[in-house]
Design a protein around this ligand. Structure first.
Ligand SMILES: [Zn+2]
Length: 372
């Protein structure tokens, strides 16, 4: 269910060779969804992973129907999450897999609770809704039947592992990817290849502090790569064609491709929501219109203004400049200075401010000169 293909061409990704998304888009969308709640779901998934098999003793046989009903409901819930979130919401995935798998072995179950295995009322059932155990432990001595049951158990195990892996992958987005991306953005600019390498190595070094699979920045499942031709409309493109067995494998590749191509998710410093920085200009602000304003101003517009205002309010160089500007402007209003003299001073003041900002003069000298 979670395996899919993706064709990478430049900044574009064609999911299963069709739906086109940008590099980093899927990760950005997943980062925007709160997933902390899945931590509890993951505990259930691990529990089911240990218990999901054809009943092996009398107690399990007795509880078979109620256990499988609970498990079917649980995995349908997980499948529902998978189908609602990208990338799977763009792919044609089929749910209800536990019930389908059990139905492949329909002969091993009764549709109705039985007092005796001789009853055959439900021989004409095509698709089971209920899973009462058909065989007692003594029947399990037939090697062929035992083999079949082992195959069923393998399939159940595979399904349970796949669902647990998905939950770990989605939690990894919140726990590992968020933390790693915070470091990537700590300098508020694109990092060089060397800086990314160092950031990654430092992040990896902190492994000792981590306990769960979802705290590690790593892939899950497997990745297979070959090169393929993709025809989209009239165009033909040579693509890197990947086969992923899990979401985690895709996200891992997407993150590092994004870092390389400057398509990087980041949290907006103005509204706090995730957005995708797209190649070209680094910005810490998104371009969404700010809520509650009718002038169409975006986070990027207001964010830069806010940053500028904060700078003026806190930076001694700018504070000094502003005070001096106000004093000189007052002189102009009181006609103690001509327009030309004021203009000359204003140009001089900017030059002085630039010099002190670039450390060409000391602050004391700047402070004295600008106030003259
Ligand atoms: Zn924003």
């Amino acid at each position: 269910m979670t395996e899919f293909e993706a064709y990478f061409s430049g900044e574009k990704i064609y999911l299963n060779g069709r739906k086109c998304v940008k590099v980093g888009e899927t990760l950005t969308k997943l980062l925007s969804k709160p997933t902390g709640y899945y931590k509890e779901v993951l505990l259930f998934a691990k529990n089911y992973e240990n218990r999901l098999h054809y009943p092996e003793d009398e107690e399990e046989a007795y509880n078979s129907e109620s256990f499988f009903q609970e498990a079917i409901k649980f995995y349908a819930g997980v499948e529902d999450v998978i189908m609602r979130l990208p990338p799977y919401k763009y792919l044609e995935v089929v749910g209800n897999r536990l019930q389908d798998t059990l139905n492949e072995y329909a002969w091993a179950f009764h549709e109705y609770p039985k007092m005796s295995v001789l009853d055959d009322e439900d021989d004409d059932i095509d698709y089971h809704q209920h899973f009462y155990v058909r065989f007692g432990t003594e029947d399990m001595e037939d090697p062929d039947m035992l083999n079949e049951i082992y195959t069923l158990n393998d399939k159940l195990k595979k399904l349970a592992v796949e669902m647990r892996t998905y939950l770990e992958d989605i939690l990894r987005v919140e726990y590992a990817f968020t933390a790693f991306l915070e470091r990537i953005h700590s300098r508020n600019r694109f990092l060089t290849n060397e800086e990314i390498a160092d950031t990654l190595a430092e992040f990896e070094d902190e492994k000792k502090l981590r306990m769960y699979a979802c705290d590690y920045l790593r892939t899950s499942g497997s990745i297979q790569l070959d090169y393929k031709r993709l025809r989209i409309k009239e165009k033909t493109e040579l693509c890197e064609h990947y086969k992923f067995t899990s979401l985690g494998a895709f996200l891992y590749i997407e993150l590092f491709k994004g870092l390389e191509m400057h398509y990087i998710p980041r949290k907006c410093s103005y509204c706090g929501r995730w957005f995708l920085i797209e190649a070209g200009i680094y910005s810490e602000y998104c371009t969404r219109p700010v809520k509650g304003r009718d002038d169409g101003k975006t986070c990027r517009d207001l964010g830069h203004f806010k940053k500028y205002s904060e700078k003026i309010a806190n930076d001694p160089i700018w504070l000094t400049y502003n005070r001096a500007y106000k004093q000189h402007y007052a002189r102009l209003l009181k006609k103690k200075m001509t327009q030309a003299e004021f203009q000359e001073w204003a140009d001089y003041a900017i030059k002085l401010r630039d010099m002190v900002e670039h450390k060409k003069i000391e602050f004391d000298e700047y402070y004295k000169k600008i106030r003259e």
